[in-house]
Design a protein around this ligand. Structure first.
Ligand SMILES: Cc1cc2nc3c(=O)[nH]c(=O)nc-3n(C[C@H](O)[C@H](O)[C@H](O)COP(=O)(O)OP(=O)(O)OC[C@H]3O[C@@H](n4cnc5c(N)ncnc54)[C@H](O)[C@@H]3O)c2cc1C
Length: 611
């Protein structure tokens, strides 16, 4: 991990300035990180892809073999301490694996069910006995894991689960209920099950499929992810030993939410990996496919698509790496406070997070829950955009199964539904910010007030455009987005007070502004680092960041106008809209030329080129 990454609080980027040297980017990966990337890519290309037909035929013995291979390669225990068979590496390494496992999304779901949803909660919340009993066999891939939170009547409203746990006379638990849509359900050995003790106290349990009363229902017939098992898990007076409560009774929400915080972050990272693969395939196809006597890659309409796919991917990739850098820096900070043991003799990648105790890691995930939701929503929606354009670039071939464009498109759709729907995550983003502001954890209210005073003061003359250096205009645009976000949040807080959570449309507009702000800033900071460090393709970094920031300005303006018009009217609205126009003065950029440059470089190299 780069030593310069600054320790910050979650959400503080909205109120503070960040310099490029403080931000973690893919360009700062070490040789060891790159080795993990190559290992995962080769595993997917040479072992997972050839098994796809068997996986899609629901031959779960093939999935077991692949999970076992993941264990042998160390991919399942990236963040697990060595004493439990893991590699004890940093969180960057686990992001890299998530990105690189993405091209076969069915197996990526199987892998995520095991590594993110079963191994992670045991590693974070398990007792020493539970970790010793389950982790080594899960990390080696001998056992397959799953996570059973959802029920037919409670998906988004997961804490309304009806599965009950009652204590038997022998002290063991009896679990009764039905869990729905459980990834790996058809062949999992160990399942993290959430149930309410005596119908009230939401609690997590480690349940073995072999326990009496536990069984899997029939495989679901899905739109995509045909190579991943999804079944109900039936619990009929299932006998669970007293020692298998995970975490504390009545504190199951802590296990569920912190598991999802990191899981959804990694799903965002996985989505970025999917974007990169699809861009490469789209570019190669566009170079080969000829119409009207020339490659379709020569047409402006196709160059626009490839350029835009690249710019959006660049922004979300920057988001994912910046966020994992923040998590690592936060854990390093807690190390300084003495909560995390130093590892002078650890492997090169063993950052502070590798040896942090479960409590410290769960706290770090909670601290950056806003950024995790941004990565999830931004990543999954960028992926859907990229995969839709990938089908379009492939024309009729995009609609038939001979090309992977069709599978990618179907497989990706569920990403906006699981790990918290994108609607729920959108509500969480401003909701968590406002809550931290009200609690005084972030000086949000004071910043909104300062902005109000600034907007009411006579305006100072704007800086001359011809003085701008590279990406200065884009950086100014990002500063303006932050003001717009504060204006919308501040006005909404003032108008609705406690009832703000009822105003979902306004909150969703605020979320869109916050997502674009964090993404544009992450892209601009990364591109500035590329220019300052004279990295390869620094001009492409600059082009991608510039396209993204310029288009984000239009989206931010639209979202802000819509939100403000819902919150205010009459003279107040007119004043707010005038202030919005003043703040959001972004100099126009020739994004057509920049997208062409990105597209041409992508086609020339036959791959996503920027990072
Ligand atoms: C392939 C697949 C694999 C899965 N794997 C797992 C797994 O391994 N483990 C597991 O526990 N679950 C799993 N799930 C379940 C998944 O997490 C849920 O489907 C998801 O949480 C959404 O819940 P739901 O389907 O009940 O939709 P609902 O909650 O009914 O939502 C329906 C719609 O209403 C919206 N909505 C709901 N509440 C609100 C609100 N308060 N405000 C605004 N909008 C709202 C949603 O955003 C959505 O658009 C999986 C699902 C699928 C399809």
């Amino acid at each position: 991990m780069d030593a310069t990454t600054a320790v910050r609080k979650g959400g503080s980027w909205l109120l503070e300035e960040t310099v490029h040297a403080d931000v973690f980017t893919p360009e700062k990966l070490t040789e060891e990180h790159r080795l993990i990337a190559r290992t995962t890519e080769e595993f997917v290309a040479h072992e997972v892809l050839p098994a796809l037909e068997r996986l899609e035929a629901k031959d779960w013995s093939a999935a077991r073999v692949l999970i076992r291979r993941c264990g042998e390669l160390g991919l399942l225990g990236i963040n697990v301490p060595e004493e439990y068979g893991g590699l004890a590496l940093d969180k960057v390494s686990s992001l890299i694996v998530s990105e690189r496992i993405a091209p076969v999304a069915s197996f990526a779901a199987t892998f995520g069910g095991q590594a993110n949803l079963c191994i992670l909660p045991i590693a974070l919340f398990g007792t020493a006995e539970q970790k010793a009993k389950y982790l080594p066999r899960l990390v080696s891939g001998e056992l397959v894991g799953a996570y059973a939170l959802s029920e037919s009547g409670s998906g988004s409203d997961a804490l309304a689960a009806r599965t009950r746990a009652t204590r038997g006379p022998d002290g063991d638990w009896r679990l009764t209920g039905e869990k729905m849509w459980i990834t790996n359900g058809g062949f999992a050995d160990v399942i993290i099950v959430f149930a309410k003790v005596d119908g009230e106290q939401f609690t997590a349990f480690i349940v073995e499929k072999s326990f009496p009363g536990v069984s899997a229902g029939k495989e679901e017939h899905k739109m995509g992810l045909h190579g991943s098992s999804t079944t109900p898990i039936l619990l009929q007076e299932a006998r669970v030993p007293a020692a298998n409560v995970l975490g504390e009774i009545g504190r199951g929400h802590k296990v569920a939410l912190n598991t999802l915080n990191f899981g959804r972050f990694k799903l965002g990272g996985m989505s970025v990996g999917g974007c990169r693969t699809a861009i490469g395939e789209a570019a190669r196809y566009a170079a080969e496919r000829r119409q009207f006597g020339q490659p379709i890659a020569a047409f402006g309409a196709i160059r626009h698509k490839l350029g835009e796919m690249t710019a959006r991917t660049y922004a979300m990739e920057s988001v994912a790496y910046r966020t994992v850098g923040l998590i690592e820096a936060y854990l390093a900070g807690s190390s300084a406070e003495g909560r995390v043991a130093a590892r002078p003799d650890g492997p090169a990648l063993a950052g502070p997070s590798a040896s942090a105790d479960g409590h410290a890691v769960a706290q770090a995930f909670e601290e950056f829950a806003i950024e995790a939701s941004i990565t999830k929503v931004g990543g999954t929606e960028t992926l859907d955009y990229v995969l839709d354009e990938n089908v379009q670039i492939h024309g009729g071939n995009g609609f038939v199964k001979d090309y992977s464009a069709e599978r990618y498109y179907r497989d990706a759709r569920v990403n906006r539904i699981f790990e918290g729907t994108n609607e729920i995550n959108r509500l969480l983003i401003p909701g968590m910010l406002v809550r931290r502001g009200v609690k005084g954890d972030l000086p949000l209210v004071a910043a909104a007030k300062r902005l109000q005073d600034e907007l009411l003061a006579p305006s100072s003359p704007a800086a001359r455009l011809d003085e701008a250096g590279p990406l200065d205009e884009e950086a100014r645009a990002v500063a303006a987005f932050k003001k717009v976000a504060l204006m919308v949040l501040g006005t909404a807080m003032q108008s609705y007070g406690q009832k703000l959570s009822d105003e979902q449309e306004v909150l969703s507009y605020a979320a869109d502004i916050l997502i674009d702000t964090y993404a544009a800033e992450s892209a601009v900071l990364r591109a500035r680092a590329a220019l300052a460090g004279r990295y390869d393709h620094a001009d492409l970094h600059q082009a991608a960041a510039s396209v993204f920031a310029n288009d984000a300005a239009q989206r931010v303006e639209h979202a802000a106008r819509s939100a403000l018009a819902a919150v205010a009217d009459g003279d107040t609205l007119r004043t707010l809209l005038a202030a919005l126009r003043r703040v959001l003065k972004v100099a126009p950029v020739n994004t057509v030329a920049l997208r062409r440059r990105l597209a041409d470089a992508t086609v020339a190299q036959g791959r996503y080129i920027v990072g």
